[in-house]
Write a protein that binds this ligand. Structure first.
Ligand SMILES: CC(C)(COP(=O)(O)OP(=O)(O)OC[C@H]1O[C@@H](n2cnc3c(N)ncnc32)[C@H](O)[C@@H]1OP(=O)(O)O)[C@@H](O)C(=O)NCCC(=O)NCCS
Length: 202
């Protein structure tokens, strides 16, 4: 499986994943007619626009076609610091590919990107009752921050959503060491090794 930046040619693949994931994950949470009305063509047009306009950072997971995608960037919540807190806008994996590690891999790429941009925290909004996604987010270290609201879609559908948040961990931890050689880095008079943060492996 490959994680890479989305390109314009990916819009239909992204839309197919999104519509399939909505129909599986939101069955029973949103009205059936809303799920049946979802259109891959409309969704692909929206994604073309987002990719063309560089709507945050958009990643796809690819394995003989697109199996998942995620997007993250600045948050637009009025009660949240815009400078320090990013948002994970979406993360979707095709239902036939759930529980194979694509979601985690997409998240890790998004996290790396947010770390590079210097964000301290990241928030996301999840549909109330979407227990699969909530278990996934909790596994990745997110916790509910107490905020909730009703999100209104362009077709009028109301979606009760709750907000989750986690720290954007540093990409590496730096440990003082007595080792010499290639693995040691010298900072001032100290000698250090740089290791992947365990938070990235959770
Ligand atoms: C949420 C979602 C993106 C997770 O993607 P995924 O590729 O299935 O997740 P992963 O395989 O990377 O799972 C990572 C970990 O999350 C947890 N997890 C994932 N799905 C879970 C589930 N159904 N129940 C409990 N824990 C789950 C597990 O701890 C899992 O690790 P493990 O398989 O080693 O135990 C996917 O289920 C999805 O697309 N859902 C529908 C769309 C959606 O609701 N998106 C969120 C919108 S806010």
């Amino acid at each position: 499986m490959l994680i890479r930046r989305a390109e314009l040619k990916d819009a239909t693949g992204i839309a197919q994943v999104q519509v399939a994931a909505w129909r599986s994950a939101y069955r029973g949470l949103l009205p059936d007619d809303v799920l049946e009305r979802l259109s891959i063509a409309d969704s692909a047009r929206r994604w073309q626009g987002r990719i063309a306009q560089h709507w945050g950072h958009i990643f796809v997971a690819e394995r003989e076609g697109i199996v998942g995608f995620a997007a993250c960037g600045e948050n637009s919540d009025e009660d949240v610091d815009q400078e320090k807190v990013a948002e994970l806008y979406v993360i979707y994996v095709h239902p036939a590919e759930w529980r194979k590690g694509h979601g985690r891999a997409l998240w890790q790429e998004a996290l790396r990107c947010l770390q590079k941009e210097g964000f301290e925290h990241v928030i996301l909004w999840v549909l109330r009752g979407n227990e699969r996604a909530i278990s996934f987010y909790e596994r990745l270290g997110f916790a509910a921050d107490g905020a909730s609201r009703i999100k209104r879609r362009s077709d009028g559908t109301e979606m009760p959503v709750v907000r989750y948040r986690r720290r954007v961990a540093p990409a590496y931890i730096i440990k003082e060491t007595a080792l010499d050689g290639d693995h040691a880095n010298y900072v001032g008079h100290g000698k250090y090794v740089i290791e992947d943060s365990p938070l990235l492996k959770r």
